[in-house]
Design a protein around this ligand. Structure first.
Ligand code: 5RP
Length: 229
């Protein structure tokens, strides 16, 4: 499909949300991410809900939207594997490595992504970067470790701040907190993810390199561009 140059970011999200239907396998259960772009995908998925086996969701917010539209939601423990997981990103580079967690759902996103054979990232073109790190990196942490982890990021040149919601530390679906880390340039996402993951108190780092995208449907002024990694 060819888009006009006047499409808004919201319209680009709708475009890629609909395009992701091409990756949904009839009769199968689909992995569903979180965020405003995924919401467009969920809306599109509702139009073919009779043709799928249901969804495994990465957040309470997506679960609520799926259920409200009549799409059955299965627990991740009921599923051994998924053919596809569809989710957005805060940043994606030319290798399919991503930063995710702007919606605080990174841990469940990584869990559902790990069940899937194919990760399809849906994003507008503003998300494509050459080096990850301009978007503040979300890290889900055990609250008692937050300051210690923030100091570790400082030693790497980053500045970590506790994410707030309504003036209080934001609490994730898993009952934990989020640090947002500014000032990093993540040149080796695989090594960075492996390193930060083993710091005590880190639940999940928002670098998705081990669970990278296989395909990215990028909404551009010229239409949906498909990147394969
Ligand atoms: C949520 C995420 C989202 O995929 C990411 O924040 C992109 O969201 P949006 O589609 O609203 O731009 O990782 O934790």
């Amino acid at each position: 499909m060819t888009a006009s140059t006047s499409l808004s970011q919201d319209e680009l999200k709708t475009l890629v949300g609909r395009a992701a239907l091409d990756y949904v396998v009839p009769g199968e259960i689909v992995g569903v991410g979180t965020g405003s772009t995924v919401n467009k995908f969920i809306d599109a998925l509702a139009t073919v809900k009779e043709r799928i086996g249901g969804a495994v969701s990465s957040s309470e917010a997506s679960t609520a939207r799926l259920k409200a539209l009549g799409i059955p939601v299965l627990d991740a423990n009921e599923v051994a594997s998924l053919s596809v997981y569809i989710d957005g990103a805060d940043e994606i580079d030319g290798r399919g490595y991503m930063v995710k967690g702007g919606g605080a759902a990174l841990t469940r996103e990584k869990i559902v992504a790990a069940l899937a054979q194919c990760f399809v990232c849906i994003a507008d073109e503003s998300k494509l970067v050459s080096v990850l790190g301009a978007f503040p990196l979300p890290v889900e942490v055990i609250p008692m470790a937050a300051s210690q982890i923030a100091r570790r990021f400082e030693s790497l040149g980053g500045q970590a701040t506790l994410r707030l919601g309504d003036g209080r530390p934001l609490v994730t679906d898993n009952g934990q907190h989020i640090l947002d880390v500014r000032g990093l340039a993540i040149g080796d996402p695989l090594a960075f993810e492996s390193e930060v993951n083993q710091w005590p108190g880190v639940v999940t780092v928002g670098v998705f390199a081990h669970q990278k995208a296989h395909v990215c449907l990028l909404g551009t002024a010229q239409g949906v561009r498909t990147l394969k990694f």
